[in-house]
Design a protein around this ligand. Structure first.
Ligand code: NAD
Length: 352
């Protein structure tokens, strides 16, 4: 048995293992940093997904995250109509303290060793300039400041904004944003831009972030009201938009969500799949995260196209959402389950 087979056997018992094709563990001893790259499925093409540089509380938490995020990427890329499979990387390090060009280059060498089976984009803790550093070492990188498309976050935000309008249209037959209250949790690359678009469209914003400076800026820029991050989901808003980290819809929060629509950019918002069912039972319309937030990966996958071409592809996220909402209503199923079924059906079709 090879070391790789041995690892796979151990992983098979992990609750979030979903027949991942390959999971690579690499220690970068000169930095005391561990890297995990999970390639979930390459039926549609090489695995494309962001790398997250984050200070996880435990290595087990990092493994759970990369397993869940990489299988989410398979569904995301399939439903966005891309010729890419699903994968994800985590670099277990503190973005403020540990991130350095040398660490990024060492991570890039690990990506390079996979010879193109995994292609990295940016995720939480990494920025477009960081991707430029990765690209000095490996061609298996998308994004960065120099490519034609550049930073994917504005495209992600655009998809989220269009998806919010679609959710309003479906549930209330009214896509107007003016006068609505939206509770945004997380004012980072995506959340901030979503806030900008909503503000321009006339929405009232309730915002939260663990970074006080971001919240203060939003109060000034958008006349937003600040709320404690722990209470963001309880705000009596028209839309709750989780734009920070995942598992925000869990046993504690699911009954407390006060908005009739949940639509945000954060990956893996449901802590477990049954939380999608619980939202549906409460008649809360959930826009599945990996459908809504596909704008960024569409931009990375289509980086040779022009901005307006990519934009029009991103706007088509609303059509996919509509199909999901309609099927879910017709078949009395949670939207999260319908999205999963649609993604698997594309994979099955391709696998023949
Ligand atoms: P980011 O790191 O720029 O922003 C995250 C923000 O959330 C930060 O301001 C951080 O301080 C804040 N935050 C962290 N924990 C919080 C908490 N408990 N409560 C409130 N705020 C908290 O990341 P981003 O690029 O804006 O991505 C946000 C989410 O969207 C992530 O889940 C990411 O995986 C997902 N996403 C991003 C993209 C993209 O194009 N950037 C694409 C798809 C999905």
């Amino acid at each position: 048995m090879t070391m790789e087979d041995f690892r796979q056997e151990f992983l098979a018992d992990h609750p979030d293992f979903d027949n991942h094709e390959q999971v690579v563990f690499r220690r970068l001893p000169e930095f005391g940093v561990d890297v995990i790259i999970a390639i979930h499925n390459t039926v549609l093409g090489p695995a494309l997904g962001g790398a997250r540089l984050w200070k996880y509380p435990t290595k087990a938490a990092a493994l759970t995250d990369v397993l869940r995020l990489s299988s989410g990427m398979t569904c995301k890329n399939a439903l966005a109509g891309l010729e890419f499979g699903g994968g994800k990387a985590v670099v277990i390090a503190d973005p403020q303290r540990d991130k350095s060009p040398a660490l990024l280059r060492a991570f890039a060498r690990t990506v390079n060793d996979l010879e193109g089976r995994y292609i990295s984009g940016e995720d939480v803790g990494l920025t477009p300039p960081d991707m430029d550093i990765l690209a000095e070492v490996t061609p298996y990188v998308r994004g960065g400041t120099k490519g034609p498309a550049g930073d994917p976050s504005p495209f992600t935000a655009l998809g989220v904004f269009e998806g919010m309008k679609e959710a309003r249209r479906f549930k209330f037959d009214d896509e107007r944003i003016a006068g609505l209250t939206v509770s945004i949790q997380g004012l980072g690359n995506v959340g901030w831009r979503v806030a900008e678009m909503l503000h321009e469209a006339g929405a009232k914003l309730v915002v939260s972030d663990i970074r006080g400076d971001r919240v203060k800026e939003a109060e000034t820029a958008f006349g937003a009201t600040a709320v404690d991050p722990e209470k963001s989901h309880r705000v009596e808003a028209d839309i709750y938009a989780p734009c920070a980290l995942g598992a925000i819809i869990n046993d504690e929060t699911v009954d407390e969500i006060a908005a009739p629509i949940v639509a945000g950019s954060a990956n893996n918002q449901l802590a477990a799949s049954y939380h999608g069912q619980l939202l549906a039972e409460r008649d809360i319309l959930f826009a599945p995260d990996y459908v809504l937030n596909a704008g960024g990966v569409i931009c990375l996958a289509r980086q040779d196209e022009t901005g307006p071409e990519i934009e029009s592809r991103v706007r088509s996220i609303a059509r996919t959402l509509r199909k999901i909402f309609e099927t879910a209503a017709r078949e009395n199923l949670p939207t999260s389950m319908v999205a999963g079924q649609m993604a698997r059906s594309r994979l099955k079709h391709r696998a023949g």
